[in-house]
Write a protein that binds this ligand. Structure first.
Ligand SMILES: [Zn+2]
Length: 499
């Protein structure tokens, strides 16, 4: 086989993987948006079949032969070079796995999530504990296949966000905690507290849908190349730049949730629509790393849509749909929607306390991996940390340690990526203000295309060509730090709480 022949077949094979991924994503989207309840089992099996077909292509002898042929000389085309690197990494990862152990894990993982659902319903951690322990243990053994036997948590973290180590995350979280815990006390005792209920009301869903379409239009989401639908948990999917789908959910009493969800998912959607067309069919259409992807959505949700400038523009528009909003001053409205919620529930928290929910989980994960605490005592340690960081003890385990499915569905070593996205946002915020010092003047007018254009140019267009740490370097040339994010929090919440 000549190099040219190998390259041709290698590109074809990636195209096949890309198509299979697209079909699988679309079936999953349909499952979440449209599927009748009883069709879930058949759909689940169909999706599993497609995953198997993808795996055969990624890990088969043909892939290895092609990679060996292509690795004989460095590829001149940077896209081809990135494809070879990615495929080799995936091939090597699968080749290292013990197939029997992997089968055991896959079966356990499916069951464990079902057991979690029951246990959360019944407020029963005792039954779940051995299942969760086995989930951790199997993942620990799988990580050993990849050489992480001494530090399986770092191995898992590296899978979700390549290049970010546990040591680095420890340092960033300590820095954030040292700032945020006293800062929250300061906010709590500020004399001029926002009224956290004032912005709630009755906002009909059909009107919210129209407003959300307007919100998405304003950031440049192209409805001729994408859709917005409704699902229980908002999310975004799509492989091709011309078929990107996001979902949101609506709450009658609080239209800002749908607006913020649309800005968040809109951020994910733009990374898809704004990818360089040269990356179509290559499986490189997405940014690498859960945290880097999350940074794109959080930038639009938090830094733009939760800010007072955005509401100077959006509140008058929202009042066209909901006339009772005319009574609000935009700044007061924005203060109200950003009031702090010291809740025991992660998904009910605000932008700031959210970070503490994540740090709590990250620290417990480490203790579990290091064998510092037995699984059966996890609720006790969970509640202690909740009291320490959030000042609240969950009333039940269902409200506390059982609230997230992550640790029972394979998302272990994952939680930190949410806050890592915030740290990346600090860097993005730092960089964009150098290029666009008047960005908030644009936000006040609802002119957001300059900002999303900047994001496209600096990040989105690159797709999976670079690792997160490389993209960060390209952005502002700095090493990852919590400093920029902390500066942003100080500035934003200092204004909201009128310190
Ligand atoms: Zn997200």
């Amino acid at each position: 086989m000549t190099y040219q022949e190998a390259e041709k077949r290698f590109r074809e094979l990636n195209r096949e993987i890309d198509f299979l991924q697209n079909i699988r994503n679309t079936l999953s989207w349909d499952m979440r948006v449209n599927l009748p309840l009883n069709a879930a089992e058949y759909r689940g099996n169909s999706i599993a079949f497609l995953s198997g077909e993808m795996m055969k292509r990624k890990t088969g002898a043909e892939m290895n032969d092609l990679l060996c042929a292509l690795e004989e000389k460095p590829a001149e085309d940077p896209i081809l070079a990135a494809m070879i690197k990615k495929c080799r990494k995936e091939y090597k990862y699968q080749a290292e796995l013990d197939p029997a152990l992997f089968m055991e894990y896959s079966a356990h993982n499916l069951q464990c999530e079902v057991v979690w659902q029951e246990c959360r319903k019944n407020n029963d951690f005792k039954t779940l504990a051995p299942w969760m322990e086995k989930e951790f243990d199997l993942l620990r053994r799988l990580q050993a296949c990849h050489g992480w036997e001494k530090d399986p948590m770092s191995g898992l973290m590296n899978e979700w966000e390549p290049g970010i180590t546990r040591k680095e995350m420890d340092k960033l979280f300590e820095e954030l905690k040292a700032f945020e815990l006293p800062f929250l006390e300061q906010l709590k005792s500020a004399p001029n507290q926002p009224d956290g209920a004032a912005y709630l009301g009755h906002y009909p869903v059909d009107k919210q849908k129209e407003l959300c379409k307007y919100v998405l239009d304003k950031i440049g989401f192209d409805f001729t190349r994408g859709r917005c639908d409704v699902s229980a948990h908002p999310y975004t999917t799509g492989n091709d730049i011309n078929d990107i789908r996001l979902t949101t959910s609506y709450f009658e009493d609080n239209f800002t949730r749908a607006v913020c969800a649309c800005m968040h998912e809109g951020g994910h959607a733009l990374t898809g629509q704004n990818c360089d067309p040269a990356l179509r069919y290559t499986t490189l259409e997405h940014l690498t790393g859960a945290g880097m992807n999350e940074a794109q959505s959080r930038f639009l949700e938090n830094i733009i849509a939760r800010g007072p400038e955005y509401w100077e523009f959006l509140l008058p528009k929202a009042a066209e749909y909901f006339p009772e909003l005319k009574r609000f001053d935009p700044l007061e409205f924005n203060r109200s929607m950003n009031s702090l919620h010291f809740s025991s529930h992660r998904l009910k928290s605000d932008e700031l306390t959210y970070n503490l929910h994540i740090i709590l989980r990250y620290e417990l994960e480490k203790m579990l991996f290091d064998g510092d605490i037995p699984f059966k005592d996890l609720p006790h340690f969970w509640n202690e940390k909740s009291k320490e960081y959030l000042g609240v003890v969950p009333e039940t385990d269902s409200e506390g340690v059982l609230q997230d499915m992550h640790w029972c569905s394979g998302y272990i070593g994952y939680f930190h990526t949410y806050v890592l996205g915030n740290f990346y946002d600090g860097h993005m915020y730092n960089a964009i203000r150098k290029d666009m010092p008047d960005m908030f003047e644009d936000v006040k007018k609802g002119e957001l295309l300059g900002i999303t254009g900047w994001m496209k140019d600096k990040l989105h267009r690159h797709g999976g060509l670079y690792q997160p740490t490389e993209l960060l370097k390209m952005l502002d040339g700095e090493e990852l730090t919590a400093k920029h994010y902390i500066d942003y929090i100080k500035e934003r919440y200092g204004r909201i709480y009128q310190l």
